[in-house]
Design a protein around this ligand. Structure first.
Ligand code: MTE
Ligand code: MOS
Length: 797
């Protein structure tokens, strides 16, 4: 046991303070990367030439006509790359491709004095393509056996014996939607070169170190020649974990070749057509239950749509496999995973990182099977919860399983769920054209990177002679409030007021070799590193502090005195999470420091004529440990929940699956056709509470990660929609609900409940049907691609 989680008296952590940049955000004064362009002189602007094919060979590329366009300065092509022509970590992402792999793929970049000149130049570049056959859907990829990466299997117990002993066996399928990040700030980099060839890239990136790595290898220079700084991001949500690197490299290459600053900012249309999204998944499952509804056996095959390159698809899939269990004990379980290779954007990290897709499979099947088992879904879920001492399918103890129960019970009580479900039933008995549903779902989410090496962080704390403090740490700020928490941690650790501490932007020459700010672990990792640095400084000050002659000195007087005694007043802090181990081949170990828990109750109303629905009330209890910053955490819970509701009920990525000219084109390219959640989709009544008395031993000041887990609380909304749709049919009706549950999808569920057709794209749950379970990926599946030379670039996570 360390003292990491212990708080001193009157700590600054735990105070409900606003986000450190809230005033700057709302007044427009906050600087984002692109705001630096007007403060920089001589900037060139980059514009891509995007291919109009899902799959094609580039047979001719002639930049000459573009160079005749006024204002065009240079066209960047593969021939210009001094290092490696690759933007990824798996060596499968040519930065300047000779083979177009998705509709909208950039084949070269034009630099202009103005963005308009660069745009006109991009239209003048002559490119000939030889179209090739393309694969757009998971089904097409499966038919063509088009897969990429490893095909992991997670297994525990004796699955066949589990099914043999089950009283009921059901099977079904589910198509799980992808999701566009739609961060308000699109991808952006601004690169400059100094007199010695040192490259400085300002970038909207969640992973400055990896941006640095990729820029360095594209330029063919060592990492010390590249510095990456991230002021802040206008949202990342996982979309800037790996995808900024190539754009940063293009800007850096342009800066090297022209000697001028180069700005590359994607327009919304470019961003949505070029960058990766949440992975869509296809799931096939078979589930065995006892008469009492206890899960006996589960067999799932997950096929994710990785798009054209691997990117983070393997670790996303691994997290999906590790989260199929959600909060439930399943004695016999097998989950197979594989990644389809399709001609689409390279799908990537998105809040939850595969966890949501894995968990949705089980929440969906519980919702579908409950009526068939004749068990109330609230009861069915509760019965199957983990108990203390049980292990996950990958062999980790489920510590604090009772917290799931605590969240659940508090949601039921605080949300007055029992009485309100009676009211829902009464409404449904008297309203022929509208039906209501009220569902409750749990969340259990593992915190830490599965890839053990990423669970480290650094910080640099400077105490100046006047006692003021400047903190730099390895994490990035994307709106999630990490910097706010780090200020509170530093003030607490040093015992100084918040006003004495200031944060410097994240940069790779201050804190090197950082991990992505991801996996919700930013505060856990960087907070512990900041605390470590502060404690080193305090330790050096100890003789002075303990000297009775100095009693009564203020902090700044003490620090001033220390300076004259030549005490080092700054320190580099470091932290690594102990006790983690993970075998990614066996899919076994204890990859997570702890689990975050939560529960949500959601009530919806559905219109039987149209499937239109609205959220009447939501109650949430979520476990963030002892909160470092309660306002920030509440905002994270609300925001994640809303983003989950968007994913599950509104946001509908449509790709052209026809055989026409525009095959593979993303049809939903803008907010006009891609519906995002907004205030109007928020529940009429929205009660969010943080679980109390939730101290987490072994995490910084007893807190827990918050960024991703609450997204999955939105399952309650989807299950409420299912129950409302089912209520159009006789009692005991089981309905299949497409994902996303748009009004159209809900309409089809209502039709199914009324005895009509199965929702399009959904196969009904069949009892006992083992026939639908697919052939398992054969055990001779190709092993994971060989590791590249540097750990941080293995593409693991
Ligand atoms: N909150 C805001 N406002 N903007 C974001 O981009 N990203 C989410 C989450 N919350 C995000 C956010 C994701 S995907 C993660 S992994 C975490 O924040 C990362 O930050 P943390 O580790 O500091 O929680
Ligand atoms: Mo978050 S998807 O781990 O960046």
């Amino acid at each position: 046991m360390t003292t990491l989680s212990q708080r001193p008296a009157n700590p600054v952590v735990g105070q409900a303070i606003p986000h450190e940049s809230a005033a700057l955000h709302v007044t427009g004064a906050a600087l984002y990367t692109d705001d630096l362009v007007v403060r920089t002189s001589g900037v060139l602007h980059a514009h891509p030439v995007q291919a109009p094919h899902a799959h094609a060979r580039v047979t001719r590329l002639d930049p000459a006509p573009a160079l005749r366009v006024p204002g065009v300065v240079r066209v960047l092509t593969a021939a210009d790359v001094p290092g490696v022509n690759d933007a990824g970590v798996k060596h499968d992402e040519p930065l300047f491709p000779s083979e177009v792999m998705f509709h909208g793929h950039a084949v070269c970049w034009v630099l202009g004095e103005t963005l308009e000149a660069a745009r006109l130049g991009s239209l003048a570049v002559e490119v000939d393509y030889e179209p090739l056959p393309s694969i757009v859907t998971i089904a097409e990829a499966v038919a063509a056996q088009s897969f990429q990466g490893g095909q992991p299997r997670l297994e525990r117990g004796d699955v066949e014996a589990g099914f043999a002993g089950a009283d009921h066996v059901f099977s079904g399928e589910l198509d799980i939607a992808g999701q566009e990040h739609f961060y308000l700030e699109t991808h952006c980099s601004l690169a400059q070169v100094d007199e010695a060839g040192q490259v400085f890239v300002q970038c909207s990136t969640q992973h400055p170190t990896e941006t640095q790595d990729i820029v360095a290898h594209v330029l063919g220079v060592p990492s010390h020649a590249v510095t990456v700084q991230c002021l802040r991001m206008g949202g990342g949500f996982g979309g800037k974990e790996m995808q900024p690197h190539g754009y940063a490299a293009v800007a850096a290459l342009g800066a090297i070749l022209t000697g001028r600053p180069v700005r590359l900012r994607l327009s919304r249309t470019q961003d949505i057509t070029m960058t990766g999204k949440r992975h869509g998944f296809h799931a096939q499952w078979r589930a065995g239950f006892s008469h009492e509804g206890m899960l006996q056996a589960l067999d799932v095959t997950l096929t994710s749509d990785g798009g054209w390159s691997l990117d983070l698809s393997e670790p996303v899939l691994a997290r999906a496999l590790c989260h199929v269990d959600n909060a439930y004990w399943v004695p016999h379980i097998r989950v197979n995973g594989r990644i389809a290779r399709t001609h689409k954007t390279s799908q990537t990290a998105f809040r939850g990182f595969g966890g949501p897709q894995g968990m949705l499979v089980t929440e969906d099947l519980l919702g579908r099977c409950a009526p068939l088992l004749g068990i109330d879904p609230v009861e069915l879920r509760r019965r199957n919860f983990y108990r203390e001492g049980q292990e996950t399918p990958y062999g980790q103890q489920v510590r604090h399983a009772e917290r799931a129960v605590a969240c659940w019970d508090q949601v039921l009580a605080g949300g007055d769920v029992v009485a309100r479900r009676r009211a829902v039933a009464a409404h449904n008995a008297t309203h022929p054209h509208t039906r209501r549903g009220l569902a409750v779902t749990p969340v259990k989410f593992g915190i830490s990177f599965n890839f053990t090496a990423f669970n480290q962080a650094g910080a640099l704390v400077h105490v100046y002679k006047d006692g003021s403090v400047l903190v730099t740490h390895g994490g990035t700020e994307m709106g999630q409030g990490l910097h706010t928490k780090m200020l509170q941690v530093a003030a607490t650790a040093l015992g100084v007021p918040l006003s004495s501490v200031r944060l410097a932007p994240t940069r790779t020459d201050k804190v090197p070799n950082t991990s992505a700010t991801a996996a919700s672990s930013g505060a856990d990792l960087n907070g512990a590193a900041v605390k470590d640095a502060c404690e080193q400084i305090l330790e050096r000050l100890r003789p002075l502090r303990e000297d009775p002659a100095n009693a009564g000195l203020s902090w700044s007087e003490l620090v001033g005195k220390a300076y004259f005694q030549r005490v080092q007043l700054w320190a580099a802090g470091f932290y690594r999470t102990e006790g983690l181990h993970w075998d990614s081949t066996a899919m076994h170990g204890s990859p997570f420091k702890y689990f975050a828990y939560g529960a949500a109750a959601a009530e919806v109303e559905v219109d039987g004529f149209t499937g239109a629905h609205h959220l009447r009330r939501v109650d949430i209890v979520h476990d963030v440990g002892d909160s470092l910053s309660p306002l920030v955490d509440l905002g994270q819970v609300e925001g994640a929940f809303a983003q989950g509701v968007g994913w599950l009920t509104l946001e509908d990525l449509r790709w052209d699956e026809s055989d026409g000219q525009t095959r593979g084109r993303l049809a939903t390219q803008a907010a006009s056709t891609y519906k995002l959640p907004s205030f109007s989709e928020l529940p009429e009544v929205f009660n969010v509470a943080l679980l109390e008395r939730a101290h987490e031993d072994g995490a910084v000041y007893g807190s827990k990660a918050v960024g991703e887990p609450p997204l999955m609380l939105a399952f309650a909304v989807r299950e409420a929609l299912r129950e409302a749709a089912a209520a159009f049919g006789p009692p005991g009706t089981s309905v299949d609900l497409a994902c996303p549950a748009t009004p159209e999808a809900v309409f089809w569920a209502v039709e199914q409940a009324r005895g009509g057709a199965t929702p399009p794209g959904q196969s009904p749950v069949v009892e006992g049907g083992t026939g639908v379970v697919p052939a398992q990926p054969d055990s001779g599946a190709p092993p994971l691609a060989p590791r590249s030379e540097r750990l941080a670039r293995t593409g693991e996570r």
